[in-house]
Write a protein that binds this ligand. Structure first.
Ligand SMILES: Nc1ncnc2c1ncn2[C@@H]1O[C@H](COP(=O)(O)OP(=O)(O)OP(=O)(O)O)[C@@H](O)[C@H]1O
Ligand SMILES: [Mg+2]
Length: 304
């Protein structure tokens, strides 16, 4: 086990940020998802030895972060939520320093390699203070992976990135996990893209983990069974669907040519729709889950 947390509590004055949190992070890519203020950053800071817990136990690589934080921080890579780097340095200079700190012999070569991997080669000789928020975040990812760590913690790695940037960074994370066997803990509340890279998910709410497991098992357990059917004549199909007993809820958006339908049995829904479409000569454009896998899990848990 890379990270093992049990019964962690932490208060800031009267605010109870962590409330008996239990979490195990093994090899692979784990998503830590939860709303603003749920305790993600606090959990990460305690795991890095940057904050002291009130109670409970935390082990990272078997070590206690509060007493062996320096050791832990040398062995893993971190991208903080609001990273700030010396603005006068260029991106390349910062990465060269970091590579040397990590004990890499050819620091210059490794720095160039990593800056290219995160798509910042064009700006590597510019001072960091001239970087946009998204560029700083890419640089943050570069410094997190530069030392070939076995474990990397990313706190909201995509929050400042545009959709293309997000996809690029997540693809990079997926390929690092696959090809360099790096394990990741990724905290976020942007769910749609994360499901492309996560194998496991833990949902945090009010300072506790309220659900965790493999993405697949969570998807099965927390599936919302809500589908969006796109077609030219939604009204006609909706009238026939409404009568079926496995339909729990149904809503028509005529302007957009959509039916939103909640069904107990997804396969039966699809079969029936295609059958009805043939009989009534309707042209179905698509049937898709209304929400992505992670969003379904998240919505399901938060609504409970
Ligand atoms: N230094 C601090 N002083 C006072 N309260 C704090 C401090 N750090 C965190 N908190 C409080 O602890 C709770 C958890 O905060 P935390 O930053 O861990 O949430 P988060 O899940 O990372 O949220 P976000 O998604 O907004 O980053 C919040 O209520 C927050 O206001
Ligand atoms: Mg946070």
């Amino acid at each position: 086990m890379i990270l093992e947390i049990s019964n962690l509590t932490k208060s800031f004055g009267r605010v109870r940020a962590l409330n008996g949190l239990n979490l195990k992070v093994d090899r692979g890519v784990t998503g830590l998802i939860g709303p603003n203020g749920s305790g993600k950053t606090t959990t990460i800071k305690i795991s890095l030895g940057l904050l002291k817990a009130d109670d409970g136990s935390v082990r990272v690589f078997g070590m206690d972060p509060w007493t062996q934080g320096y050791e832990i921080r040398r062995r893993l890579g971190v991208l903080h939520e609001k990273p700030s780097y010396p603005g006068e340095l260029t991106g390349l200079e910062l990465l060269k320093y970091k590579a040397s700190f990590c004990g890499i012999r050819d620091a210059e070569r490794r720095a160039r390699e990593v800056i290219e991997a995160v798509g910042l080669k064009f700006a590597m000789d510019r001072p960091i203070k001239s970087y946009s928020a998204g560029m700083v975040q890419r640089l943050g990812l570069a410094q997190a992976i530069i030392g070939h760590p076995e474990f990397v913690i990313l706190d909201e790695p995509t929050s400042n990135l545009d959709p293309t940037g997000r996809a690029e960074i997540l693809d990079l994370i997926a390929s690092l996990a696959r090809e360099e066997d790096i394990s990741f803990l990724i905290s976020t509340h942007i769910l749609s893209e994360l499901e492309r890279v996560c194998e496991r998910v833990a949902v945090i709410l009010n300072g506790r983990i309220v659900a965790e497991g493999s993405l697949q098992s969570m998807a099965e357990k927390y599936s919302l069974n809500e589908y969006t059917v796109e077609l030219a004549e939604p009204d006609i199909l909706a009238q026939s669907l409404e009568k079926l007993d496995f339909i729990e809820d149904l809503r028509v958006d005529e302007d957009r040519g959509r039916i939103y339908v909640k069904a107990r049995d997804a396969d039966a829904l699809k079969r029936t729709i295609f059958k009805l479409a043939l009989e009534m000569n309707l042209h179905i454009i698509s049937i898709k889950p209304t929400y992505g896998v992670l969003e379904q899990i998240y919505r399901h848990i938060l609504e409970c």
